[in-house]
Ligand binder design. Structure first.
Ligand SMILES: [Zn+2]
Length: 262
């Protein structure tokens, strides 16, 4: 009997040593901010073509029309995530300086959650308007959300100086699936002046290290409808990103999925 027991332990050990270590599946996570519901809805054929899921962060949900709520539900039913982007769209850091954290939660967060709940949405993730995370507000926000998303850019201007990074060197836009709840996504709007070559470098890194590259934009723009200085991303650029990701067999994640245990 004892021999049999030893034998069983031995076999178990062999199998557990041989078991391949689980490597998180490399991917991309794309999100869109504000309230361009009808324009986002038009992206469905493109998203379907690449079997891509996205996250839509809604601001001022109380201004959504009944039709827009229905469109968002359809997007959600198809595997996309509906996240929260605040009730009044303020930059948290400045708002808290001017008022208080309590006022911020009372005016920016709770009304948004309440309205969205009434509309049948239960947002789990939050995108900071204007990108202004700080530990003081984030500690409070994490009582209500599982993930907080901020903004990252290839080029940042500080005191009139431009600081440019190669995409593959911006560590903060790669989620390592390690439980990180405060994240940054790379802005892909036309204002960021990214090329597909930039993106390819980032995708290559994600693919090699098994991380998830996070990107975000605002309004989908096409050559025919785009107005001067409109803030948004080129739909063709999004298609290029999805096509390059597909070539590398990268999976698409919603923001909430990034916090799921592996
Ligand atoms: Zn916004």
């Amino acid at each position: 009997m004892q021999k049999l027991l030893y034998y069983l332990v031995f076999i178990t050990l062999i199998f557990s040593c041989n078991k391949k270590k689980d490597i998180p599946k490399a991917g991309i996570a794309i999100s869109f901010d504000d309230r361009f519901v009808k324009e986002w809805y038009q992206l469905r054929p493109l998203l379907k073509k690449y079997n891509a899921k996205c996250t839509f962060f809604i601001t001022q949900p109380d201004s959504l029309s009944h039709d827009e709520v229905i469109l968002l539900h359809q997007l959600q039913n198809e595997g996309n995530e509906i996240g929260c982007h605040g009730a009044i769209h303020v930059r948290s850091m400045y708002y808290i300086w001017d008022f208080s954290l309590e006022e911020y939660m009372k005016n920016e967060i709770f009304p948004a959650l309440k309205t969205m709940k009434k509309q049948g949405f239960y947002p789990k993730t939050f995108a900071h308007p204007g990108g202004s995370q700080m530990w003081y507000s984030d500690r409070e926000l994490l009582k209500h959300f599982t993930l907080l998303r901020d903004v990252s850019m290839k080029t940042r201007t500080l005191w009139d100086f431009d600081y440019t990074h190669e995409i593959e060197d911006i560590d903060e836009i790669f989620h390592q699936r390690d439980g990180t709840q405060k994240v940054n996504a790379l802005l892909i709007d036309t204002s960021a002046k990214l090329t597909i070559e930039d993106i390819k470098k980032g995708l290559k890194r994600a693919s090699e290290e098994g991380s998830v590259m996070m990107m975000f934009g605002h309004k989908p723009l096409s050559e025919t409808t785009q107005k001067v200085n409109e803030y948004g991303f080129d739909i063709k650029f999004l298609e290029q990103i999805l096509a390059e990701s597909a070539k590398l067999n990268l999976k698409t994640y919603t923001m909430q999925e990034l916090t799921n245990p592996l």
